[in-house]
Write a protein that binds this ligand. Structure first.
Ligand code: PXP
Length: 236
């Protein structure tokens, strides 16, 4: 399995002060040097974390692939066609949500999504649809022309370690099998962390995981000791 690292929360921290630190470009570079096979960012309508300039610089500086998460809107379609990331992942987006809640309703807007996918694919951009792991959404996704789905692992992650874990895990496993039988490649992500990620190995043929929050959170604790030591030396 490949690992796409979502660096949105590096930008969340930067924006808290409005300056340049921590630098998203340097963060992406460190991710790439340490095993990330792609860098994922979600350019939200409200630009609450990643901003247009981040994306425009990343596309020039990345050594791996840029995977741009975006809503199915005219503005985002235009930006993707202009920037030409390696791949886009189409996600639902609500202004008030803290993070992406639930998958894209592909079956409920089949025509709209199919029409949105075509020009992106024609431009050579790989298209992935972020969907809940269920039969209806997988079957609809296969009709849109998108090459990938990304299964929403949020429910599995929440259920991990409870009596609901197996049920949620089986939804992922069955959906992946169905998608692959329909010719789709399968990614997964959302809520995956250092405890629950191991079960993704039980899903045959899973291509890439997209993980952000747990990695950035872990980085605080793997880096805090050294950061304090360095400052303590400077203030002695
Ligand atoms: N995949 C998609 C489509 C997402 O929207 C997100 C969250 O931005 C992720 C993966 C990563 O989720 P997390 O930050 O919980 O690892």
């Amino acid at each position: 399995m490949l690992l796409g690292v979502n660096i949105d929360h590096v930008a969340t921290l930067r924006n808290a002060r409005g300056g340049k630190e921590p630098d998203t470009i340097l963060a992406a570079d460190i991710c790439e040097q340490n095993g990330a096979t792609s860098i994922t960012t979600h350019l939200r309508e409200d630009r609450r974390h990643i901003k247009d300039e981040d994306v425009r610089t990343l596309i020039k500086t990345l050594k791996t692939n840029l995977n741009l998460e975006m809503a199915v809107t005219e503005e985002m379609g235009r930006i993707a066609l202009e920037i030409k990331p390696h791949s886009v992942c189409l996600v639902p987006e609500k202004r008030q949500e803290i993070t992406t809640e639930g998958g894209l309703d592909v079956s409920g807007q089949l025509e709209k999504i199919t029409n949105f996918v075509k020009p992106l694919k024609d431009a050579g951009i790989i298209v992935s649809l972020f969907i809940d792991p269920n039969e209806e959404q997988v079957k609809a996704s296969a009709k849109t022309g998108a090459q990938f789905i990304e299964m929403h692992t949020g429910q599995y992650s929440e259920a991990y370690g409870t009596e609901k874990e197996e049920e949620e895990f089986q939804k992922l496993k069955k959906s992946a099998q169905l998608a692959q039988s329909l010719g789709l490649k399968v990614n997964a992500g959302h809520g995956l962390n250092y405890d629950n990620v191991h079960r993704m190995h039980e899903i045959q043929g899973l291509y890439e995981l997209n993980i952000g929050h747990s990695i950035i959170s872990r980085a605080i604790f793997t880096g805090l000791a050294a950061a304090v030591r360095e400052m303590a030396d400077l203030t002695k």
